[in-house]
Write a new protein. Structure first.
Length: 236
């Protein structure tokens, strides 16, 4: 079974109503916990089953301007790890994490936004089909972590080597990004009321350019994070 539910709200923490923050955590974390609580007894009775949590790269790299989203995804990753520990003696029960980078879906349009700007997705965003294919693959070959759009080693190195540095760099990027974006009105998006139904595709990417940018970004991330790790090792 796959848990795909997720929402977000963009803006500096102090500018976003606390009710919006709470809603993000409720949907992205507590809802997953509720669903697993209903399904896990079935897995245990059958002694088999595969559960997939859609965590995203935000579960490894803290995301400024999306503090509640980061809290929910870091929490969800910890929840998955705890569950894996509990079922570790059940080799046919699998708790899988899928961690894509940016995905070209309507999610950015549906998110709450308190930045004062109309934001879009960065270059190199993934096609929804790419993530779906990775999820389907877990039905036959389950594994703990599946990174989509960047090597899993980049997430792990970033978490170990310099998590605060990466968050600070990303915060500066988002400051510039929102300042250059067209003006927009503050909104809670679809956090509390459903929006207009839309398909899975956001329609913002150039597939050919996206693949090149994603590949280049992944390579730079690995090299950069490896360099940081080496530098820290020498310092020690």
């Amino acid at each position: 079974m796959v848990q795909l539910r997720g929402v977000g709200v963009l803006g500096r923490y102090e500018d976003v109503p606390i009710a919006d923050h709470a809603r993000v955590v409720d949907v992205n974390l507590v809802a997953h916990m509720n669903d697993v609580h209903a399904v896990l007894p079935i897995f245990l009775a059958r002694d088999r089953g595969t559960w997939v949590n859609m965590i995203s790269a935000g579960g490894f790299v803290a995301t400024p301007y999306a503090a509640a989203y980061s809290a929910s995804k870091f929490g969800l990753r910890g929840f998955s790890a705890a569950l894996r520990g509990e079922v570790s003696k059940r080799p046919h029960i699998h708790i899988c994490d899928v961690c894509p980078t940016f995905v070209d879906t309507p999610g950015v349009d549906h998110a709450g936004n308190y930045t004062g700007a109309r934001l879009s997705l960065p270059p190199g965003s993934l096609a929804p089909e790419t993530v779906a294919k990775a999820v389907v693959g877990l039905a036959t070959r389950p594994r703990n972590l599946t990174a989509v759009g960047a090597p899993a080693i980049a997430f792990k190195l970033g978490e170990f080597a310099a998590p605060n540095l990466l968050a600070a760099i990303l915060s500066g990027f988002l400051d510039t990004w929102s300042a250059r974006a067209p003006d927009g009105d503050d909104s809670d998006g679809v956090l509390f009321e459903p929006g207009v139904p839309a398909g899975p595709d956001g329609g913002r990417r150039d597939p050919h350019r996206g693949r090149k940018v994603a590949a280049a970004t992944s390579g730079i991330a690995v090299l950069g994070l490896a360099g940081i790790g080496i530098w820290l090792g020498r310092r020690r």
